[in-house]
Design a protein around this ligand. Structure first.
Ligand SMILES: *Cc1c(COP(=O)(O)O)cnc(C)c1O
Length: 370
């Protein structure tokens, strides 16, 4: 079965093998050496002033960011399941919370955020998804961050990059906290989250908030190549292996070019079949199609063609399907996925199969013109 859900993503064989070694003790020079190497790779990936790894799923890092970087009111960009989550975290901690809510296919309006910031001096942090995985939507985060910083540079910009870090180059100039999770573009099992932090964020964190998720405690320890609590040793070993694999495969720039090209080739081939791309501004992390037959297409893909793609949640349940674009994906696998979608449409009596999807995908991907 080909796993083509936008998280979890398949873990490459060499990474699984690296994690199959005997469990290592975390307070040893051997593990500290691995930790140090992993950190230096992460600095290249995040391009932020500091990076911190924590043993949790992505939501743990979202919570760490909110409690350490927001002291009054969080302005939360909500165009989907994950945007909604930031607001719930703020409320759970008794922080003020205001939302900019939109339909799941609609990116945030930067001017609307600017207006809200101007009218509410309690807002001291903004949380936004770079890629909102609920609908495969790309928010204009860099533009939003620049506009907010121009009004008040002390407002913290928390960018959830869980389906964006490792997908595309992110301009972190105005971002204070950039979050990644292991089971998405980093091609690892779930359980490790990473935060990239600006110097401004470190200043605001000060002595930190919370206990397990206190970022001040972690920053201090991780600068010494160790962790405050037991490190996720096995996942850290896997992380180093995947970051070295990406480097061997041509580096981050090649990964970004391949991902963008593959996403474009898939969009074009599916549109040629008469399918519709759901988000108004699609993220490169996944291709999201809204279709009355979304469930039937998913079922045929799985039962007849061994392709597992994700559906939708909440009001989009049964209305969309999402094809992963994150990670090192072999071209022959993706060519099969678009071909399988075309075969499914034939089975549903919507369109006679003629191999168009494959032809268009291959033409675009093989020409390599991003
Ligand atoms: C997967 C994901 C998360 C984190 O979810 P966890 O299940 O806690 O790992 C957060 N934001 C986005 C955009 C995601 O895709």
């Amino acid at each position: 079965m080909l796993l083509f859900t936008p998280g979890p993503t398949p873990v490459p064989l060499n990474v699984r093998n690296a994690m199959a070694e005997e469990t290592m003790h975390h307070r040893t020079p051997e593990f500290e050496a691995i930790f140090e190497k992993t950190r230096s790779h992460l600095f290249k990936l995040f391009k932020t002033d500091e990076v911190v790894m924590i043993a949790s799923s992505g939501t743990g890092a979202m919570e760490a960011a909110v409690i350490n970087l927001c002291h009054k009111t969080l302005l939360n960009v909500d165009s989907g399941k994950f945007g909604e989550r930031f607001g719930k975290i703020a409320k759970a901690h008794g922080l003020g919370s205001v939302d900019v809510k939109n339909e799941w296919d609609t990116p945030v309006d930067v001017d609307a955020v600017v207006e809200m910031v101007k009218n509410n001096s309690d807002i001291d942090a903004i949380a936004v998804q770079i890629s909102e995985s609920a609908g495969g939507l790309r928010h204009p985060v860099e533009e939003l961050a620049a506009a907010v910083k121009a009004i008040n540079p002390n407002i913290m910009i928390i960018a959830d990059g869980i389906t964006a870090v490792g997908v595309e180059k992110i301009d972190v100039t105005n971002i204070d906290c950039l979050i990644a999770g292991s089971q998405k573009a980093l091609m690892l099992p779930p359980g490790l989250a990473i935060l990239g932090l600006s110097n401004g964020a470190i200043e605001k964190i000060g002595k930190g908030k919370g206990y397990y998720l206190n970022l001040a405690t972690e920053i201090k320890k991780q600068r010494e190549n160790t962790t405050a609590w037991t490190a996720a040793t096995t996942l850290t070993i896997g992380l180093l292996e995947i970051l070295e694999t990406i480097e061997r495969d041509g580096g981050l720039d090649k990964l970004y070019v391949d991902t963008a090209l593959r996403a474009k080739a898939v969009c074009s081939s599916l549109e040629a079949l008469g399918l519709h791309i759901y988000p108004k501004t699609p993220a490169k992390s996944m291709t999201t199609i809204d279709d009355v037959d979304a469930n039937a297409i998913r079922k045929i893909l799985k039962d007849d063609y061994q392709v597992n793609v994700a559906g939708g949640q909440d009001h989009l349940k049964g209305k969309i399907f999402r094809i992963n674009q994150m990670g090192l994906i072999p071209a022959y696998e993706m060519a099969w996925v678009v071909n399988a979608v075309e075969l499914a449409l034939d089975k549903l009596g919507r369109r006679t199969y003629d191999g168009s999807a494959n032809k268009i995908f291959n033409e675009i991907y093989c020409k390599r013109e991003a």
